[in-house]
Design a protein around this ligand. Sequence first.
Ligand code: CMC
Length: 413
Amino acid sequence: MIDNRTGVEHTLPIVDGAIRATDLGKLGLLSYDPAYLNTGSCRSAITEIDGDAGILRYRGYPIEQVAESATFLETAYLLFEGELPTAAQLKAWEDDVRIHTYVHQNVKKFLEGFRYDAHPMGMLLGAMGALSTFYPDAKEIGDRDGRYLQRVRLIAKIPTIAAFIFRHSRGLPYVLPRNDLSYVGNFVNMTFEIGGSLQPNPVLQQALEVLLILHADHEQNCSTSAVRSVGSSHVDPFSAVSAGIAALYGPLHGGANEAVLKMLDEVGSIENVPAFIESVKAGRGRLMGFGHRVYKSYDPRAKLIKRVADEVFEQTGLNPKLKIALELERIALEDEYFVSRKLYPNVDFYSGLIYQAMGYPTNYFTVLFALGRLPGWIAQWEEMLNDPEQKISRPRQIYVGSPLREFVPMSAR
Ligand code: CMC
């Protein structure tokens, strides 16, 4: 590298296709990368994405195979431990989760304090943060067994809390966990059961299982980076995860599935699609559910979700909004604006339609995303803690404010 201020040539080691920003520091240079467009913040062995080729792998296994063959809890085990569980290991993990599904009664009281129309994601992030106060031992993040216990608690309790939130919004009594059911079966029961009449639909239940698997991890996205960054202060994992939930809430991230449904409502009918596309191209809003920081081809999760959508709609009947979505996709994939920017449907484009068909309200979609993403957040948090290179996350800045000036007393302003 030649420093063109001085003409001096420096050699910076290139390892794994990267130079270290701290090596630039030795030359008196700062690397400047707002929004981390080209900065690796960690070495990770959990999830691999090749955005140009549309590849997503968990611990080396293609997402298509994991979604086809694993359960959600099995996927979580894979993300945490790095290997697929044996039958005995899976059973032990499932049993551990099963015996931690209850939450303290005060969590119920805490949730009851929210207004009837509180946004479910606001409730979820508040409740998750509050859980840290119920488990003060969660602060012992250096203890391997302790971390395992918190991992189990987080995975076991999030469906219970998420279901309580669902019931709260509807004014329905909370349904307690049933430990004879599967992870997803129990969640569906806690959300939809009324008077012992729930007849769970196995196709919809399996579809939900697959959707959770597809969301389970996605390397250094905004919410995962939030969990890692907040966790790097050595706060307990409940607090770190609630930071991830806050990040996921935003419409550019997990909130996009909710935004897609709002957009489809706005478009209203197929005839309005061309005009809507033109308005997006003119810079009046975005085509929600399209585009991705990393994928510059079809998001592999979106491909799988489209298949799930077919199975679900066969059971529930066609959602008229699906036709609008398909038409938006058809036109966008042919349009120079979207093609040249490599904008393809992402995971959120069709997931909302499926959640709606399952009976979840629009403002609840991102809670389902959080349920799915939780194993990824925890696995990445633990990887960060075990990485000897990691320290408290603390970016630098380029100061562009006023130079030194004298304070002006109020009377003189
Ligand atoms: N509709 C219209 N134009 C778009 C879109 C879109 N959805 N996404 C990107 N663009 C344009 C953008 O205007 C820019 O054009 P130009 O170069 O002329 O200024 C170009 O494409 C590059 O966009 P960018 O904002 O620099 O890209 P980014 O990597 O910073 O943003 C994104 C990625 C996902 C935030 C963005 O594509 C977006 O806002 N999409 C809609 C929201 C969405 O669906 N989010 C879910 C993401 S996937 C799941 C998840 O992470 O939760």
